[in-house]
Design a protein. Structure first.
Length: 197
């Protein structure tokens, strides 16, 4: 087995890590946003915490093996390679910088809440629109990268259109999930009031 095919295999392991993490966060997100009690929120936050390391593992694997594949068999000036490179490099620090503080805010709100119905402060931390729109936008962009990696379009238009279009679809999908889940779950105060009734 050549170094190139080993890198390609590991590149695909990176793809598996990334999409497994995205899918799991999609389901965990739905459960978290629809949780009726503080105990449920804590359980699903624990699940989210154990899923999150898959993102940097997949991202670093994709970047390192992608660099090797591009250097060994392709040309770095290919638009599909540059688009993949720029998007992955831009997204790698986004997890620790943008998502981690928001998940920590959810964890702190869940940790300080009394067991029982989800209070308003915890509900607003969990329903943070940035977190869920960002995650589905990134999943859309990753599907776009999957497309350009397999099709290897020669021009810039072909390399950019689908990652951007699918990122936009992801953002709209994330917004629609938030609307759906905020209708499905009573707000914190309403939940407390209905629990007292
Ligand atoms: C979310 C990010 C990425 C995804 C989903 C992804 C996905 C894939 C897939 C599925 C293949 C196999 C295509 C085939 O065999 O026809 C592939 C190949 C390749 N990828 Fe990526 N990739 C990503 C990031 C990157 C990055 C950042 C680079 C460059 C630094 C890169 C460079 C390459 C190269 C050069 C190949 C060609 C291998 C070949 O076909 O022989 N990829 N990628």
């Amino acid at each position: 087995m050549s170094g190139y095919s080993t890198s390609l295999f590991l590149h695909l392991v990176g793809v598996v890590c990334l999409f497994t993490a995205s899918l799991m966060m999609h389901f965990v997100g739905t459960r978290l946003r629809r949780a009726a009690t503080v105990q449920e929120v804590r359980m699903w936050l624990g699940f989210a915490r154990s899923t999150q390391p898959l993102f940097p593992i997949g991202g670093v694997l994709l970047l390192l093996t992608g660099l090797h594949l591009a250097g060994a068999g392709w040309d770095f000036r290919q638009p599909w390679i540059l688009v993949g490179l720029v998007i992955v490099i831009a997204l790698l620090p986004a997890g620790p910088l943008l998502l981690r503080p928001r998940f920590m805010a959810m964890g702190m709100a869940a940790g300080s809440a009394e067991p029982g119905p989800v209070p308003a402060a915890l509900s607003s931390a969990v329903m943070n629109p940035f977190v869920w729109k960002y995650l589905s936008t990134m999943t859309g962009a990753a599907f776009g990268l999957l497309w350009i990696m397999t099709q290897k379009p020669a021009g810039w238009l072909g390399a950019l259109v689908l990652p951007i279009a699918l990122a936009l679809v992801g953002w709209l999908y994330g917004a629609s999930l938030l609307r759906r889940d905020s209708r499905a779950v009573p707000s914190g105060e309403a939940a407390v009031a209905s629990a007292k009734r």
